[in-house]
Ligand binder design. Structure first.
Ligand SMILES: Cc1cc2nc3c(=O)[nH]c(=O)nc-3n(C[C@H](O)[C@H](O)[C@H](O)COP(=O)(O)OP(=O)(O)OC[C@H]3O[C@@H](n4cnc5c(N)ncnc54)[C@H](O)[C@@H]3O)c2cc1C
Ligand SMILES: NC(=O)c1ccc[n+]([C@@H]2O[C@H](COP(=O)([O-])OP(=O)(O)OC[C@H]3O[C@@H](n4cnc5c(N)ncnc54)[C@H](O)[C@@H]3O)[C@@H](O)[C@H]2O)c1
Length: 480
């Protein structure tokens, strides 16, 4: 058994870990990043990038299928599943290679491939028995798919997002469990690529959506591509010779049985903290087993341990993992001097069609209880000019502002160009703009952002800051 002493040990060599390494190294050369599986990051290997590659292929297929709406007729077309998956894997591998090139540049003595766990406070044990004594530790161990127990009946036909991008061809059919972010993105993409998809949820949740009208619009849109029951009654799942059989109640409540080639479990993710020996770490844990930490410093209690990225389960998104890795690495490096940073405006984008976004603060019971008065405005994209031109006039935007100050607080939307609108609105929240100030900004014509302006007019009126929206605003052009 070897023993090694370092200033900063980072557990996990994903996005948060790599960024933490770079920051910590500004303070000391005695940094060690320990990766327990493979370098390359979840985002590049099995997350953001391959999923968006699959979605892009699905968009292309959908555009071809929809082209007759614009008077464009084409002959027979077919989806070449092997070619689709080959492109996904080829680009995925290039993204992973890019990450690995960065890893190669890290001095060999500062990185290690081994699983690590706490054996005592500030002491890590590697799987070969070696020990690392660290002055400061960053936990950046990410998360993994959580498969609810009932799905295990699918046996070898059970798959998660960790494995589907290795498919060399598209399957004939997939039952997707979990209409969350992953289920919706992957399920819709597969359906648009010609795979027979059926999606099952529990309790009625649809992605992260909170607004009931947005939910209704999105649910209707998804159901055009594949059957989705967000509150399904599933009686039995069993492995069959061809794949997996599912007995469930259909939309009319009648029991049916349907066979699928695969069952994709998209029933949430869990932080990789359960096998970290945290019981030896001396850290206080919350009810989920995650170390209690301060979201502004990422410090766990008063200890020199910091937790970043999906591991802390706070905001399990790529840009948050990078931001948190930066802060955790900086604080571990500069310990005992640590900095508190204001969090950036929350920003979430689901890459479905319609895209779903959430930005800033959305009113909830907590804001009502705190006695804050929040006003809301909205717009439907059904009659919005540019959206109609593009044949994408489906969706709704709801915007929120603070009564009195007139400040813009946040928004939720399902609709066209939402990934870009999300950024505009997040930047407005970050700048602490009032709704009135946002309305003074330039708006081109004809653009989808004119719909944002209509929603802001509505909100401004609700904030008692302006007249009611003018309806058809002839001086701004048709269909705004
Ligand atoms: C299908 C899918 C699509 C996604 N799409 C998006 C998207 O479009 N946009 C977005 O913002 N986010 C997306 N995400 C989420 C995003 O990928 C994650 O939030 C982000 O990658 C988390 O980074 P991380 O550094 O926390 O974890 P990771 O990159 O997973 O790194 C954690 C590392 O720790 C290692 N590790 C774990 N335990 C140990 C141990 N005991 N010892 C040593 N090492 C250990 C792991 O092997 C891993 O390499 C997606 C996720 C999935 C699954
Ligand atoms: N575009 C993006 O930014 C993006 C894309 C993919 C993933 N992610 C990240 O990954 C995280 C995890 O995504 P996810 O989709 O795995 O989790 P999620 O929490 O978004 O969704 C899980 C879904 O599974 C459902 N569910 C739970 N038990 C079930 C059961 N027995 N049967 C059917 N449904 C069941 C839940 O009700 C929920 O709808 C996201 O929260 C997000 O942070 C982000």
């Amino acid at each position: 058994m070897a023993r090694r002493k370092v200033d900063v040990a980072i557990i996990g060599g994903g996005t948060a870990g790599m960024v933490a390494w770079r920051q910590a190294r500004k303070h000391t050369e005695s940094v060690l990043m320990i990766e327990g599986d493979r370098f390359g990051t979840t985002c590049a290997r099995v997350g953001c990038m391959p999923s968006k590659l699959l979605i892009r292929a699905a968009e292309a297929a959908h555009e071809v299928r929809q082209s007759s709406r614009f008077g464009i007729e084409h002959g027979e077309y077919r989806v070449d599943g092997a070619a689709v998956m080959a492109r996904v894997r080829r680009y995925r591998d290039q993204f992973v290679d890019g990450v690995l090139e960065t890893i190669e540049k890290i001095p060999a003595e500062q990185r290690l491939l081994a699983r690590a766990r706490f054996s005592a406070p500030m002491e890590l044990e590697l799987e070969n028995g070696d020990r690392i004594d660290a002055d400061r530790i960053v936990i950046a161990t990410g998360s993994r798919s959580h498969v609810v127990p009932m799905l295990k009946a699918a046996g070898s036909r059970l798959i998660t997002s960790e494995a589907i991008f290795d498919w060399t061809d598209l399957p004939e059919s997939v039952a997707v469990f979990g209409p969350g972010v992953i289920g919706l993105e992957l399920g819709q993409a597969l359906a648009r690529l010609g795979v027979r998809v059926r999606m099952f949820g529990v309790g009625g949740r649809l992605g992260p959506i909170r607004d009931s009208k947005i939910r209704e619009i999105a649910l209707e849109a998804f159901n055009r591509d594949f059957p989705l029951d967000p509150d399904a009654r599933v009686h039995e799942i069993s492995a069959s010779e061809q794949g997996v059989d599912i007995r469930f109640d259909d939309a009319h409540g009648d029991p049916v049985s349907e066979g699928f080639e695969w069952l994709l479990a998209a029933t949430g993710r869990r932080p990789n903290v359960d096998d970290l020996g945290l019981e030896h770490s001396g850290l206080a844990l919350d009810e989920r087993g995650v170390p209690r930490f301060d979201p502004f410093t990422l410090q766990c209690g008063d200890s020199p341990v910091f937790i970043a990225g999906d591991a802390n389960e706070d905001r399990p998104l790529l840009h948050e993992a990078a931001n948190e890795g930066r802060l955790a690495g900086q604080n571990a490096g500069s310990w005992p001097q640590i900095r508190a940073r204001d969090r950036r405006t929350p920003l979430g984008i689901v890459f479905t069609d319609p895209q779903i976004i959430q930005v800033g603060e959305l009113p909830d019971e907590a804001s009502a209880e705190a006695g804050r008065r929040i006003a809301s405005g909205s717009i439907s994209f059904r009659r919005q000019g540019r959206s109609r031109v593009m044949g994408r006039n489906l969706g709704r935007l709801v915007v929120h502002g603070e009564f009195g100050s007139g400040r813009f607080l946040g928004a939720e939307m399902a609709g066209p160009a939402a990934e870009h609108i999300a950024h505009l609105l997040a930047w407005a929240v970050e700048q602490k703009l009032t709704v009135a100030r946002m309305l003074e900004m330039p708006f081109y014509h004809p653009v989808i952002e004119e719909g944002v302006r209509s929603a802001l007019y509505d909100l401004n009126h609700e904030l008692k800051n302006g007249p009611p929206p003018a309806g058809d605003c002839t001086d701004c052009g048709p269909g705004v």
